[in-house]
Write a protein that binds this ligand. Structure first.
Ligand SMILES: [Cu+2]
Length: 486
C-alpha cells in the first residue's frame, strides 16, 4: 500500500510539477531524435540472458539499444503435474512457461529457434512483441533437428506473450508452449527490490484431477473449455512451500504476470495485498490501487506493490474453484517485523453467546466435559464416526480422505496415520503444526485442535482407520482419555 504524507502535498505537487516540466524537455529532445522508435540505432551485439520461471533477467537499466541474440530451444519432455500425475509438456527452453526474454525498445532481436532432434513435432513461435506476419510464426516454422533464424525490432514498450502457433495451435499452447517477452522503455522500468515471473495456464487430461500415471491431452475437454488443472508456472505447487517466492517487509515487488490460456481468462489477485500499480494488459496505461486485475488468455500485466507486514500471501485466480481445486495457487512469503497498526493479527478469541444460547462456556481443550459413554459396536462407531468426519474433517481432508496436494495431507493409506495411533489421537486432541512427511510428500501447515469429546474422537478415528485402505485399528474412548491425561 502507498504511504501518503498529506501535509507535504503542496510541496510535492510543486516539486513534481517542476520535474514533469524538466523531464518533458528531456523527453521531447529524445522524441525529436527518433521520431519513430524504429529509428533507434543499435550499438553492438549481445547474447540475451534467458531465465526460467519464477526468475527474470537483469533489468536493462540505461543500456543502449543493441542487436540482441536470443537462442531458444524447444524441448518435448515429461514432467509432473501434481503428485504421481505425469504429463508430456512441450516447452520453450525446458520450462512452462518458457524462458523469460528481456529487451528494451529499439533492440534488434536476432531470434534463433532450435527444435531439439529428439522432439517428434515441428513448432514455431509467435511473439506478440513483433510487428510482422504471424508475429514471427511464418519465418520460424522449424522441424526437429533444425534451427530457424529471423529478426525483428522492438518498437513498443510493454510485456508480451509469446507462444507456439503450429496447428493444432490450441494443443501446442495447451501443452505449455508459451512465455513472456518484456520490452522495457528507454532508461528501463523504475527499479524495485524484487521481480518475479508468473504465468497461468489451463491443462486438459484424459483422467480427472489427481488421476495418476501418464495423462494424455484431452481434445474434447479442451474444446469444452473444461480444464482439469489451472496452474501457475506449469504444475500444481510450482510456487508453494519451498518453491514460494519471497520478499522482506518494506520491499517493493514487481510481478510479470502472463496468461498462456489456451482458454481461460485470469482474475489475478493476491490474498491480503493490494496492487499499488498495475500496467493494465502489459501496456502503457497504469491503474493505481487495484484488488484484482483481469489477464486475458494471450495477455499479461505488470503488477507492483510494497509489502507492509510479514506472512504468507496467496496468489490466486479469483475464479476461486480454480485456486483451491485445480491448482491456481501460489505463495509469496514475506519476512520481517510485524506492524500491529497495519495488521493486528488475532487480538482475542472471545466467546460469542447469542441471546438464549445454550452454551455457557467453551470447553477447554483438556477439559471437555466427560460424558457417560455406552459401549459401542464397530458398526455404531463407524456410523457416528462417519457423521463426525463429514462435519469436521471433510472440509480439509476431503470426502475420500484424499487430502489436497500441498495443503492438506491424505488420511487415505496414510503411512503417518497408520504408524502411531496415540500420535493420531494427540493430533485430533491438540492440533498439529510444523513439517511432517505423509506418503513421501512434505506438508508444513497447521491443523487446529478439534473440540470433540473422547467418544467422538474414538469414533471418528475408528472410521478413518477402517476406511480407504488404512490399518483397521479400533480406537476406544479409554485410549483417547489416556492420551488426553498425559
Ligand atoms: Cu509447438
Amino acid at each position: 500500500m502507498k504511504a501518503r504524507n498529506v501535509k507535504n502535498l503542496g510541496q510535492i505537487l510543486m516539486m513534481s510539477g517542476l520535474l514533469v516540466f524538466l523531464s518533458s524537455c528531456i523527453n521531447s529532445n529524445k522524441k525529436k531524435e527518433y521520431a519513430d522508435t524504429g529509428e533507434i540505432p543499435v550499438n553492438r551485439e549481445m547474447i540475451a540472458e534467458l531465465t526460467s520461471p519464477p526468475h527474470v533477467p537483469t533489468p536493462v537499466g540505461k543500456r543502449l539499444a543493441k542487436k540482441l541474440i536470443v537462442k531458444m530451444e524447444i524441448k518435448e519432455q515429461e514432467g509432473e503435474m501434481v503428485n504421481g500425475v505425469r504429463y508430456i509438456y512441450w516447452t520453450f527452453g525446458g520450462t512452462v512457461p518458457g524462458s523469460f526474454i528481456r529487451t528494451r525498445v529499439g533492440d534488434e532481436v536476432e531470434f534463433h529457434l532450435q527444435n531439439h532432434p529428439d522432439n517428434k513435432l515441428p513448432h514455431n513461435i509467435d511473439l506478440h512483441a513483433v510487428n510482422g506476419p504471424g508475429g514471427g510464426a511464418e519465418s520460424s516454422f522449424v522441424a526437429p533437428g533444425h534451427e530457424k533464424v529471423f529478426s525483428f525490432k522492438t518498437l513498443n514498450p510493454g510485456l508480451y506473450v509469446y507462444h507456439c502457433a503450429t496447428a493444432p495451435v490450441g494443443m501446442h499452447i495447451g501443452n505449455g508452449m508459451y512465455g513472456l517477452i518484456l520490452v522495457e522503455p528507454e532508461g528501463g522500468l523504475p527499479p524495485v527490490d524484487k521481480e518475479y515471473y508468473i504465468m497461468q495456464g489451463d491443462f486438459y487430461t484424459k483422467g480427472a484431477y489427481g488421476d495418476r500415471g501418464l495423462q494424455p491431452f484431452d481434445m474434447q475437454k479442451a474444446l469444452d473449455e473444461n480444464p482439469d488443472y489451472v496452474v501457475f508456472n506449469g504444475h500444481v505447487g510450482a510456487m508453494t512451500g519451498n518453491n514460494a517466492i519471497t520478499a522482506k517487509v518494506g520491499e517493493t515487488v514487481r510481478l510479470f504476470v502472463g496468461n498462456g490460456g489456451p482458454n481461460l481468462v485470469s482474475s489475478f489477485h493476491i490474498i491480503g495485498e493490494i496492487f499499488d500499480r498495475v500496467h493494465i494488459e502489459g501496456g502503457d496505461r497504469i491503474n493505481d490501487i487495484v484488488q484484482t486485475t483481469l489477464i486475458p488468455a494471450g495477455g499479461a500485466a505488470i503488477v507492483e506493490f510494497k509489502v507492509d507486514v510479514p506472512g504468507t500471501f496467496i496468489l490466486v485466480d479469483h475464479s476461486i474453484f480454480r485456486a483451491f481445486n485445480k491448482g491456481a495457487l501460489a505463495q509469496l512469503k514475506v519476512e520481517g517485523e510485524e506492524d500491529k497498526k497495519i495488521y493486528s493479527g488475532e487480538i482475542e478469541d472471545g466467546i460469542y453467546l447469542p441471546e438464549g444460547g445454550g452454551v455457557q462456556s467453551m470447553p477447554a481443550v483438556k477439559g471437555v466435559a466427560e460424558v457417560d459413554i455406552p459401549a459401542r459396536s464397530l458398526e455404531e462407531q463407524m456410523e457416528f464416526g462417519k457423521s463426525t468426519y463429514m462435519q469436521t474433517c471433510f472440509a480439509c481432508h476431503q470426502s475420500e480422505g484424499q487430502g489436497i496436494p500441498n495443503a492438506f495431507p491424505p488420511l487415505a493409506k496414510s503411512d503417518y496415520l497408520n504408524a502411531d495411533v496415540d500420535r493420531a489421537i494427540g493430533i485430533v486432541l491438540h492440533g498439529l503444526s510444523g513439517e511432517i512427511t505423509v506418503n513421501g510428500k512434505k506438508y508444513n501447515s497447521v491443523m487446529t485442535a478439534q473440540t470433540l469429546n473422547d467418544d467422538e474422537i474414538a469414533n471418528v478415528l475408528t472410521y478413518v482407520y477402517h476406511s480407504w485402505g488404512n490399518s483397521k485399528k479400533v480406537v476406544t474412548p479409554a485410549m483417547v482419555k489416556e492420551v488426553r491425561d498425559q
